[in-house]
Design a protein around this ligand. Structure first.
Ligand SMILES: [Zn+2]
Ligand SMILES: [Zn+2]
Length: 351
């Protein structure tokens, strides 16, 4: 198209993983901001908080006392959204009011006993132990015939609805395949059936050739701002080899994942000099006992911040009722993330 530029002109980009479009309006990045300003996220300054329900030895809201743990610690969520004892059931009124019983298991994973740390501030060797625990959890939950899908995720920061700064994530395992995974699976399967390759292998090959959306990489993994990113600084972490679940990663790939997670989250914190909030999680093949050659494990990072530690992107109006929209282009977001240091700002300040 003559005279058409992805960096200047309003356009829509297609997300092949979801089969959805996102509207990109590059010129709007310059508009003045008079909206809501959030509090910046401040990292905890104490290694142990007597009032934190996740710190070792403390009593949780359900009355259970945490052990005096010294490494990664996993427990069943006291107020789980999914319960293993749910009876089977089905509701259908006229084909329009349809419901199904859902059983599952929800767990909490404390990344470290240290209340003040984050993935960015943990050593890569400590992140590696978290990855080992995540992987062991998938292995264990896979053996449960009532579990077909395992979602591992982290909500970080009050902006994402997480009020406890203690570094932790969650695991929700359930009988059904949730919407997001299910939609990606359909798209991945169609691509695999057509080409014999995974969608993300072909996508990654293009991105590595183009380079403009790559944030950082190592032997096993690439972190990039996807061509179709919705959130201003959204990223995908993709293994170069099409692993289907965490269980398929080699020892070296687990180390590479720990390395890329530390580097990416450090860049995020350095972007606005804050404890950068996000929701992040792995999409992996269902553990439903059937082969999934179409799947390519990946991790999504979806951070809400727009232009500073205090200005958040709102998904309202057009985004809720029309489709996702962004102002700064994915290429300029990637360039900004790429330019940042991989030494955490607090360490740099201290040194
Ligand atoms: Zn704590
Ligand atoms: Zn995904």
């Amino acid at each position: 198209m003559t005279g058409f530029s992805l960096s200047e002109h309003v356009h829509r980009r297609f997300n092949p993983l979801k089969g959805e479009w996102v509207l990109v309006s590059p010129h709007r990045a310059m508009r003045p901001w008079q909206g809501q300003v959030e509090k910046p996220e401040i990292a905890a300054s104490i290694t142990y908080d007597p009032d934190c329900y996740l710190c070792p030895g403390n009593t949780r809201a359900g009355g259970v006392r945490n052990p005096d743990y010294s490494d990664v610690f996993v427990f069943d969520n006291d107020f789980a959204a999914l319960r293993p004892d749910t009876p089977e059931g089905h509701h259908d009124d006229s084909g329009l009011l349809v419901a199904e019983a859902e059983s599952g298991i929800a767990r909490v994973v404390c990344f470290t006993p240290r209340h003040d740390l984050t993935l960015a501030r943990m050593e890569a060797t400590a992140i590696r132990r978290v990855i080992d625990v995540w992987t062991d959890q998938v292995a264990e939950l896979r053996e449960n015939p009532a579990i077909n899908h395992v979602l591992i995720f982290e909500n970080r920061g009050e902006m994402m609805g997480c009020s406890n700064p203690h570094p932790h994530g969650q695991i929700w395992a359930q009988a059904s395949i949730p919407n997001e995974t299910s939609r990606e699976m359909e798209r991945m399967r169609a691509h695999y059936d057509r080409t014999g390759r995974t969608l993300l292998s072909d996508y990654l090959e293009r991105e590595v050739a183009i380079q403009s959306r790559i944030v950082c990489e190592n032997a096993g993994f690439v972190a990039l701002v996807p061509f179709w990113a919705v959130w201003p600084f959204e990223t995908l972490v993709i293994p170069r080899r099409p692993a289907q679940t965490l269980l398929d990663l080699t020892d070296g790939e687990r180390n590479d994942l720990a390395d890329i997670l530390k580097r990416l989250t450090t860049r995020y914190d350095n972007l606005f000099g804050t404890m950068f909030p996000y929701s992040a999680g792995f999409h992996q093949a269902p553990v439903d006992g059937t082969p999934h050659p179409e799947w390519h494990l990946h991790m999504h990072f979806e951070p809400p911040l727009l232009r500073s530690a205090t200005v958040k992107k709102f998904m309202v109006g057009y985004e809720m009722l029309g489709e996702a929209q962004r102002d700064i282009t994915p290429e300029s977001s990637a360039a900004r993330l790429r330019a940042l240091s991989e030494t955490h700002y607090t360490l740099a300040d201290a040194g």
